[in-house]
Design a protein around this ligand. Structure first.
Ligand code: PMP
Length: 363
């Protein structure tokens, strides 16, 4: 039997659950105007990064050093852990897939909040595991009480995303600790903190303060967002050596390039400049949010990442078109809303003008 409605003339037998999956959808490019659809960093790479990449390019005929000893050691020192408590891969998406493959197969369950990062349901289906999405609260936050309650005998992985993509909400440290107390210690929990550097709320959970607190917790971070290395693909995890060792076995071999490793090291060398840039984006985010509140936008949850969530519901496509007319490419999540990245200073007025028009549209 043919299983896929989109591939009626399938020449070979493929897995029906894979055929039913939509392909990973990337934020739209912007031929003109501001591309605020992929939560990217508006800055050029940090000083020293291009030189580091250049050095790696001269070794392109060689395979990369898959063990990544330098960046691993560097991150271990930054986090105050041993190198075997650090795992590095070609983006945190790669790590998410590696941990899912290591933890969950047919008949196993993966619990995550919804809406959250679109990769979670997708990567759950790949190894044949079962999706257990838990609805966000009405104010677009993780419902950690319901998520803990959704854990069963079959649960092998629970994903917590803070700040949550796409709603930009955080879980508090208190909520997270109460949640961890309820989840059995033999169930892997991943705290995906791709946007952690932008968080300024002291009550928010912070993986930095959770290192070695829970043997079943892995903290994920990335160089794609605050560090602006999205194009190079490098992310990392911090957790117990035995869990990380299992995840290392499920890697696509040699997928982490020397370019990415060297660029990450060069970026870590520029911590002061990084913090300056991140502070600028965070304060721009807060200024935009305050202006939106003035426009009457009470429905937008307070943002903690480098992006905002507009719950535009059934008017999402119309609202997206308003952004487009104002030279802004945003990202729609039908039928719920729009995610908009905080970009360059020059984009702010366009964002506010478009938002005002959208507020009228929804009124
Ligand atoms: N986690 C979350 C929550 C994200 O939003 C993203 C990027 N969209 C990632 C992980 C993946 O980041 P990368 O693979 O570029 O490290």
């Amino acid at each position: 039997p043919l299983h896929s409605p989109v591939t009626p003339h399938l020449p070979v037998k493929l897995r029906p659950e894979i055929l039913a999956l939509p392909a990973y959808r990337q934020g739209q490019a912007a031929p003109t105007g501001f591309k605020l659809s992929s939560n990217e960093n508006p800055y050029d790479p940090l000083p020293g990064v291009l030189e580091a990449v250049d050095a790696a390019t001269r070794q392109l005929h060689r395979y990369p050093n898959a063990a990544a000893p330098e960046i691993t050691g560097r991150l271990a020192a930054e986090w105050g852990v041993e190198p075997d408590e650090v795992i590095v891969a070609a983006g945190s998406v790669a790590l998410l897939m590696q941990f899912t493959l290591a933890a969950a197969g047919h008949g196993d369950e993966v619990v995550y909040s919804w809406r959250s990062f679109e990769v979670y349901p997708w990567m759950t289906v790949l190894p044949g595991a079962t999706k257990v999405p838990v609805p966000n609260t009405p104010d677009h936050r993780h419902d950690l009480v319901a998520m803990a309650a959704a854990v069963t005998e079959r649960t092998r992985l629970v994903l917590v995303c803070s700040p949550n993509n796409p709603t930009s909400s955080v879980v508090t440290a208190e909520e997270f600790e109460a949640f961890m107390a309820k989840v059995p210690t033999d169930v892997l929990v991943i705290l995906d903190e791709a946007y952690a550097e932008f968080v300024t709320d002291p009550a928010a959970v912070n993986g930095r303060r959770l290192v070695r607190r829970y043997p079943n917790l892995v903290i994920l971070r990335t160089f794609s967002k605050a560090y602006g290395l999205a194009g190079l693909r490098i992310g990392y995890g911090i957790g117990s050596p035995a869990i990380l060792a299992a995840a290392r076995t499920t890697i696509v071999p040699l997928s982490l390039t020397d370019h990415a490793q060297l660029a990450a090291i060069a970026s870590l060398d520029r911590g002061d400049e990084l913090r300056h840039r991140v502070a600028e984006i965070s304060s721009r985010r807060d200024a935009v949010y305050d202006a939106l509140l003035e426009q009457g936008w009470a429905s937008i949850p307070r943002p903690h990442g480098n992006f905002l969530w507009y719950p535009t519901g059934p008017k999402t496509e119309e609202a997206l078109e308003v952004f487009r007319r104002h030279g802004i490419v945003a990202r729609a999540y039908l039928p719920d809303g729009i995610r908009l990245t905080i970009g360059e200073a020059e984009s702010v007025q366009n964002v506010l003008d478009a938002s005002e028009e959208i507020a009228r549209l929804l009124a």
